[in-house]
Design a binder for this molecule. Structure first.
Ligand code: NAD
Ligand code: 6OH
Length: 436
């Protein structure tokens, strides 16, 4: 750890921090190209670590890693600076302008669900702003962060700009990075509880933090939705990556007149997915998800489909699979409706009017994402404006534009990343005031 932070500090003082924006952006485009040149290796490594389907890693995880570098290379080239001509009450005039400097050495701590996607979502803007980084990927998924170091070398990134430290969280690499006095800022994606521990660890050295944390996201479905598009969209929102996406919908509120129809459509999709969904990340995580499946029954849920472990009759029976699961009938106060499960499971409840749907959706300590499904766009906008969520999708889910603000309210995070929000977090803005 000490060597990694020292290497990052040297690279900052030496080459990277002083490099002009054109050259830095050019280097980041090369990193994107180097990821693509090793595309199959990255896919294989992500699949080996997570068990996710090759098709998913090829469509989502690895392309987004390259896109993250291109986006922030584009943005840093185009980013302007704030300037103001100032006229004071006593007749003086001045020009104020801000300059963008790196924060320094940035510690990056990331989870296992979308390992390279989430790591590069932070590394790319941090490097674009001239910082050097020490990354601590999840102990469950170390491979692609290491491969990225090879891609950095291929791209000619100077030694010490990108450093990888492997290890666990508490009492290990994650904690050492969070408390290290040579780390100037921390950016973290993971569970809300871990965010709280990192914030406490960072407090004595007053490090800026950016946190993307958990969610218990709601989808609101109105009777006038495009039915097939909505059912397909919801199936993605609940089951993509075996439900291990912070943005996944675990609570679905459906206008009562189409409640049965939606439950049935989602049940059919869940059952069709049983043989194609990947496993969960680990034995421990499967125990957690199966614990919630049991708890749901104890809390009085009706298990519409799933609720257990699938039997394939082949080698997959040794993996950490669970059945895609649909629950109904729980009270809104049930733990399965309140707590993030992070598996292929949702609870579906009926609502009678818009105000009730909004109130139920917002009754959560989290506030990451929401989705609204309706063909009445006026209502779509109106409801979206009232969601307690960093992002609300209307008639879609996980449709990303990397320039937009991304982050969560409440327990779901601190700050926003994406576009200029990332560039501003990863920069120290210095204002200069010149009397004219
Ligand atoms: P986690 O919080 O257990 O671990 C994330 C990372 O933090 C790992 O690298 C881990 O080693 C490290 N860590 C753990 N304890 C630490 C400590 N005390 N100090 C420093 N580092 C520590 O999360 P996870 O289980 O890997 O991922 C799943 C969680 O991440 C879910 O809650 C999910 O919602 C959340 N998540 C959020 C987003 C988002 O953008 N909001 C994205 C992906 C995942
Ligand atoms: C959480 O699992 C997914 C987070 C997604 C992003 O951070 C992103 O930029 O798309």
């Amino acid at each position: 750890m000490y060597e990694a932070v020292a290497a990052a500090r040297n690279a900052l003082d030496d080459k990277w921090g002083a490099m002009n924006v054109r050259d830095r952006a050019a280097a980041l485009y090369k990193v994107a190209a180097a990821i693509e040149a090793r595309f199959d290796c990255f896919v294989a490594a992500e699949v080996a670590d997570t068990g996710k389907p090759v098709a998913l890693a090829s469509r989502v995880d690895i392309p987004r890693a390259a896109a993250n570098f291109r986006t922030f290379a584009d943005l840093i080239k185009l980013a302007g600076i704030e300037s103001f001509q100032t006229d004071t009450a006593d007749g003086r005039t001045a020009l104020n302008y801000a300059v963008r400097k790196p924060l320094g050495v940035v510690g990056v701590i990331t989870p296992w669900n979308l390992p390279l996607l989430l790591l590069t979502w932070k590394v790319a803007p941090a490097m674009a702003c001239g910082n050097t980084v020490v990354v601590k990927p999840s102990e469950e998924t170390p491979a692609t962060a290491t491969l990225l170091a090879d891609a950095m070398k291929d791209a000619g990134i100077p030694d010490g700009v990108y450093n990888v430290v492997h290890g666990f969280g508490e009492g290990s690499a994650g904690e050492f990075l969070s408390t290290h006095p040579g780390v100037d800022a921390l950016t973290f994606t993971g569970e809300s509880r871990t965010g709280a521990a990192i914030m406490a660890a960072a407090a004595p050295t007053v490090k800026p933090v950016s946190f993307e944390l958990g969610g218990k996201n709601a989808a609101i479905v109105f009777a006038d939705c495009d039915f097939e598009e909505t059912a397909d969209g919801l199936a993605d929102a609940v089951f993509l990556n075996t439900g291990q996406v912070c943005l996944s919908a675990e609570r679905i509120y459906v206008e009562h007149s189409i409640f049965e129809k939606i439950v049935d459509a989602l049940k059919r999709r869940a059952e069709a997915l049983t043989s194609t969904l990947g496993p969960l990340i680990s034995k421990e995580h499967r125990e957690k998800v199966l614990g919630y499946y049991r708890l749901a029954r104890e809390e009085g849920a009706c298990v519409v489909t799933g609720g257990g472990v699938p039997q394939f009759g082949d080698k997959r029976d040794g993996g950490w699979y669970v059945e895609p699961t649909i629950l109904t009938g729980l009270a809104e106060s049930a733990r399965c409706v309140k707590e993030e499960i992070f598996g292929p499971v949702c609870h579906i409840a009926p609502f009678h009017d818009e105000a009730q749907a909004i109130a139920m959706a917002n009754d959560t300590k989290y506030g990451l994402a929401a989705s609204v499904w309706t063909s009445n766009l006026k209502r779509g906008h109106r409801v979206a404006h009232q969601m307690k969520a960093g992002i609300t999708w209307v008639n879609c889910w996980f449709l990303r534009d990397l320039r937009t603000p991304f982050g969560g309210a409440g327990l779901s995070g601190i700050g926003r990343e994406g576009g200029m929000h990332s560039l501003n977090f990863y920069s120290e803005l210095n204002n200069i005031c010149v009397k004219l």
